[in-house]
Write a protein that binds this ligand. Structure first.
Ligand SMILES: *[C@@H]1O[C@H](CO)[C@@H](O)[C@H](O)[C@H]1NC(C)=O
Ligand SMILES: *[C@@H]1O[C@H](CO)[C@@H](O)[C@H](O)[C@H]1NC(C)=O
Ligand SMILES: *[C@@H]1O[C@H](CO)[C@@H](O)[C@H](O)[C@H]1NC(C)=O
Ligand SMILES: *[C@@H]1O[C@H](CO)[C@@H](O)[C@H](O)[C@H]1NC(C)=O
Ligand SMILES: *[C@@H]1O[C@H](CO)[C@@H](O)[C@H](O)[C@H]1NC(C)=O
Ligand SMILES: *[C@@H]1O[C@H](CO)[C@@H](O)[C@H](O)[C@H]1NC(C)=O
Ligand SMILES: *[C@@H]1O[C@H](CO)[C@@H](O)[C@H](O)[C@H]1NC(C)=O
Ligand SMILES: *[C@@H]1O[C@H](CO)[C@@H](O)[C@H](O)[C@H]1NC(C)=O
Ligand SMILES: *[C@@H]1O[C@H](CO)[C@@H](O)[C@H](O)[C@H]1NC(C)=O
Ligand SMILES: *[C@@H]1O[C@H](CO)[C@@H](O)[C@H](O)[C@H]1NC(C)=O
Ligand SMILES: *[C@@H]1O[C@H](CO)[C@@H](O)[C@H](O)[C@H]1NC(C)=O
Length: 843
């Protein structure tokens, strides 16, 4: 695209066809004409309407472009009917139409739809060219507008889709040759209104890529699309009159456009003021799995796997030979034929929903009703919720093959696929090694459910659990086998689930027997002690089965009641992400409260990052991976569809590392459940760690996702520099790490911040990008800090829009008014494997 702009600029400049504007007004009335050597400007001079030359020197086009040196054309009036050089002018003709006429007065192009008495042509600052009555009370009543005739570009406010009343449609189509031939090209991006609407990128008639259906928040196939990416708001509207996609930009000084290029790429481009270039904010198709149908019917594509295609559980490759040669296009077939009545459903998570052009849709049904309907209709092969917001709603049901499914690490959707009962029951023997495990215990087959119920009942005696008398337990080990807990695909039998909320709630909370834990931790012995956090001691343990665990024994004075505690644990058990430490369950016995976590081999980040002997293990690649992992984990906490969790004590000792040095956030016990509306809260008791706390939190106790973003920024700068954010390391100056980073950034010597243990093998641009992100996150004013979704975008793309940071909070060693001494004191020493989920009631 940059090439295109540059080329266009070159050719426009070198052909010097454009002349300075000779129209002071931004309107054209019926008595005026616009000559081909003149232009029309929008009121604030954002856009220009004028004429430009195509490939052939005799071909002229009327178009709209940004009023900048880079003359990117966003709309062309006569893309397929170029004008001769001799064409004279644009005027308003009879009926109030806009007409381009040649010297003999013959129309070459016409807007031929308007019927106006006193017409006026106007170019708006949105880039919309409109015809309206000259003096009407409502100037937004257009008789004709260029936004109804998109070329290859979707501008903010432009709608793409269907007017169902008139059955008309608008979409974008590429130029034939990007940069010099605006005539209709091969690629189009068009909303399909059938079934559950989605947008297809086509090469002539062949589908190349699809967006996936809109799920209330984003397109199913575009997990990067976050509802509150600071500046761009995406909007998909569907009612009985119209159905369209559009986007808007809150900040008028940001320019962004979506276009389809002549080589078949869909691109969102954003203007970078400081460097005067358009950069790719997002694009598709991006990887092999974006290619339509690459894994055939019932195949699932995972771009992080090799080969990318897999068959879903219960399916096998249809053409094994081709499959072995990495040609997945024949897809998969069932191992066992369906039987209708006894079939069950396989729960796939984080997928792009299969193609929805031929599906049954009911927006008012719940997931349970949907399941029921699908179960009763033998030709139904899968079902899912339509919207993911507010816990999910609506029903979409597939009939026949499931096409073009792909697996995302996170951000996808849940899909329930019909399988023969025998293929589902097989699940116990097949341990899936998928990375993400959002296992919901509700989903486990009835047999597993009974075991857990039995275990909970017998082993955690003091709990008043369900009155089920099942005796199926393992006397020694009360630990539900790990494979049951970390299953990615969870299966349930469709006719045994409707047992109501309460049962599910209890099933979601695996309980451990106190004696088992005592044995596992060798009677809470000193040798098994891993560390001590603000709210209790952490022990390493090994269950009878060999499973290693980390046990947090909460201080007895944690002040929380059993019900509150259980509620907190239930919430935390549900938070599952590969960058969060997994909570397996808890134990409550007398006044003891224990939390059982996964154990991570490489303990906490601070024990390596700040250790002179070990920090060299963290080369730049690992550090960058850690930064991105923490960002993903935090993004999940902040934007999980059901809750909004603020961590409130993010720091290096709360980042644990697994055997492959992947980071996992621990200790999100201070997190509070936020209602979806609530974004900021106030607490009387500030709990956090000096050095990581945002100013507004440390001083006034105001916490929000933005105070976590601050802590994240501190962490990023610590990971890059290998230094703690304290005055301590800078004895020659009273600046702490933030102050120092800020000074070096402004001096242009930011790379000096990099830890010498990293060596030379790093990409300076990547490091600078991280420092830039770090500084944006630690800005003093919470409003200036980006959200984690913007952080992810900035980290993952070379080209995202990054504002200049303002000065960081606490950069001059200013002391916060109040800190929790118990927590900050502990931070002085390395806290190894400090899985301190502290369940604190600070109200
Ligand atoms: C534009 O073209 C007209 C004739 O077509 C000419 O009279 C006029 O001077 C030109 N204006 C400029 C600014 O070149
Ligand atoms: C443009 O000019 C060419 C000759 O130069 C002529 O053949 C053609 O018909 C003209 N087209 C229009 C639309 O006037
Ligand atoms: C409108 O203009 C197009 C060409 O731009 C032409 O094909 C069509 O016949 C015109 N319709 C009317 C009603 O004039
Ligand atoms: C429209 O404009 C004319 C003059 O241009 C004026 O006389 C007339 O009153 C206006 N009509 C309305 C409805 O404002
Ligand atoms: C989408 O746009 C329509 C019309 O422009 C507006 O009514 C609606 O509120 C918007 N929806 C969202 C979620 O912004
Ligand atoms: C809009 O963006 C510009 C440039 O990024 C920035 O200077 C300005 O403060 C922003 N305005 C608002 C209201 O966010
Ligand atoms: C959608 O489902 C609801 C609830 O089950 C039902 O009342 C309604 O009739 C259904 N609508 C259609 C069009 O099937
Ligand atoms: C199953 O659902 C499809 C789609 O709604 C419908 O066409 C078909 O008649 C249904 N079959 C039965 C047996 O209900
Ligand atoms: C565990 O410790 C308790 C008291 O701390 C003691 O009474 C008990 O005998 C110990 N058990 C074992 C197996 O060491
Ligand atoms: C990290 O864990 C792996 C696997 O247990 C181990 O081989 C490696 O030595 C550990 N690294 C450190 C620094 O502890
Ligand atoms: C904290 O919140 C209160 C009330 O919401 C507000 O008055 C105060 O200015 C905030 N403090 C900071 C530092 O933002």
């Amino acid at each position: 695209m940059g090439g295109f702009s540059a080329f266009l600029f070159w050719f426009l400049a070198s052909h010097s066809f454009f002349t300075t504007l000779s129209f002071s007004s931004n309107t054209l009335t019926s008595t005026q004409i616009l000559r081909t050597n003149q232009t029309l400007l929008s009121p604030n001079q954002v856009f220009v309407l004028g004429f430009f030359q195509g490939t052939n020197p005799n071909m002229y086009y009327m178009g709209i472009w940004y009023n900048m040196d880079d003359r990117t054309v966003v709309w062309v009036a006569n893309r397929d009917t170029p004008l001769n050089k001799t064409t004279e002018f644009l005027k308003i003709g009879e009926n109030g139409n806009m007409v381009l006429v040649d010297p003999s007065g013959n129309p070459v192009w016409s807007s031929n739809e308007t019927k106006a008495n006193n017409p006026l042509v106007q170019l708006l600052d949105t880039g919309n060219l409109v015809v309206r009555e000259a003096n009407v009370t409502d100037p937004t009543k257009y008789l004709w507008q260029s936004f109804d005739y998109p070329t290859d570009t979707l501008l903010p406010g432009m709608k793409m889709g269907w007017n169902l009343d008139t059955d008309t449609e608008k979409h974008i189509t590429s130029w034939k040759t990007t940069g010099d031939d605006p005539s209709t090209g091969a690629y189009s991006f068009k909303l399909d209104k059938y079934g559950l609407p989605e947008i297809f990128l086509r090469n002539n008639q062949n589908i190349v890529y699809r967006s996936g259906p809109w799920n209330g928040e984003r397109f199913s196939g575009v997990p990067e699309m976050q509802p509150d990416t600071d500046s761009i708001v995406f909007n998909f509207t569907s009612d009985e009159h119209e159905m369209y996609y559009s986007f808007s930009i809150g900040n008028k000084s940001i320019l962004s456009r979506l276009c389809v290029t002549s080589d078949g790429q869909l691109q969102r481009l954003t203007w970078i003021q400081s460097s005067n270039i358009w950069t790719k904010f997002w694009y598709a198709p991006k990887d092999q799995c974006d290619n339509y149908k690459v894994c055939g019917p019932f195949g699932n594509c995972d771009s992080n796997a090799s080969p990318v295609c897999t068959c879903m559980r219960g399916f096998r490759p249809k053409n094994q030979q081709a499959w072995n040669l990495r040609d997945g296009s024949d897809g998969c077939v069932r191992n066992t034929d369906l039987d209708c009545g006894s079939d069950k459903f396989l729960h796939l998570q984080n997928v792009k929903l299969p193609e929805t052009s031929n599906v049954f849709v009911n927006r008012s049904m719940t997931l349970l009703e949907c399941e029921d309907l699908c179960h009763r209709n033998c030709s139904c092969t899968a079902y899912a919720n339509i919207e993911i917001t507010n816990g999910g709603s609506g029903c979409v049901m597939w009939i026949g093959d499931l096409i073009d499914i792909r697996q995302y690490p996170d951000g996808g959707q849940d899909l329930y696929v019909r399988l023969a009962a025998s293929d589902v029951d097989d699940i116990g023997s097949a341990v899936d090694s998928h990375k993400n495990h959002r296992a919901e215990i509700i989903g486990i087959t009835i047999s597993v459910a009974v075991i857990i119920l039995g275990l909970s009942l017998i082993l955690c005696k003091r709990r008043k659990l369900l009155s089920i008398s099942s005796g199926k337990t393992d006397q020694r080990g009360s630990f539900p086998r790990s494979r049951d807990l970390v299953m990615n695909e969870v299966v349930f039998s469709s006719n045994t689930r409707n047992s109501g909320e309460e049962h599910m709630d209890d099933l979601e909370l695996p309980m451990f027997d106190f004696n088992t834990i005592t044995i596992a931790t060798n009677n809470f012995s000193e040798e098994n002690k891993l560390g001590e956090g603000g709210f209790g001691i952490v022990y390493r343990g090994r269950l009878m089965e060999g499973q290693e665990i980390a046990v947090k024994r909460l201080s007895k004075n944690s002040g929380q009641g059993v019900e509150e505690f259980k509620n907190e644990v239930k919430l935390i058990v549900k938070l599952q992400h590969r960058n969060l430490v997994r909570l397996f369950g808890c134990c409550i016995e007398m006044d003891e409260k224990l939390l059982v976590y996964e154990y991570l081999e490489n303990r906490s980040l601070d024990s390596i990052l700040f250790d002179k002997g070990k920090k060299h293990i963290l080369d730049w690649k690992r550090r960058f991976n850690i930064i991105c992992g923490i960002a993903r984990g935090l993004l999940y906490l902040h934007h999980d569809s059901r809750f909004r969790i603020v961590h409130r004590d993010l720091k290096a000792s709360n980042i644990l590392l697994d055997g492959e040095m992947n980071p996992k956030i621990s200790d999100f016990g201070m997190a509070r459940i936020f209602g979806t509306e609530q974004t900021e809260a106030n607490t009387l008791r500030v709990v956090g760690t000096y050095g990581y706390m945002a100013p507004e939190y440390a001083m006034d106790g105001n916490f929000s996702v933005k105070s976590d973003v601050f802590s994240f920024g501190v962490l990023v700068l610590e990971i890059i520099s290998g230094k703690k954010n304290r005055g301590f390391y800078y004895s020659d100056t009273d600046m702490n790490l933030l102050g120092n980073a800020w000074r070096q950034w402004n001096d242009g010597s930011a790379l000096e911040l990099v830890d010498s243990s990293v060596g030379d093998s790093y990409s300076p641009s990547e490091v600078l990008r991280c420092i830039h992100v770090g500084l944006l996150c630690v800005q003093e004013r919470a409003e200036d800090r980006p959200t984690m979704s913007s952080v992810m975008l900035m980290l993952s793309s070379e080209a995202s829009l990054m504002p200049q940071p303002r000065n960081p909070g606490f950069s001059m060693g200013r002391n916060p008014a109040e800190t929790d001494s118990s927590s900050s004191k502990k931070d002085e020493s390395w806290s190894v494997n400090q899985v301190t989920v502290t369940l604190l009631n600070a109200r």
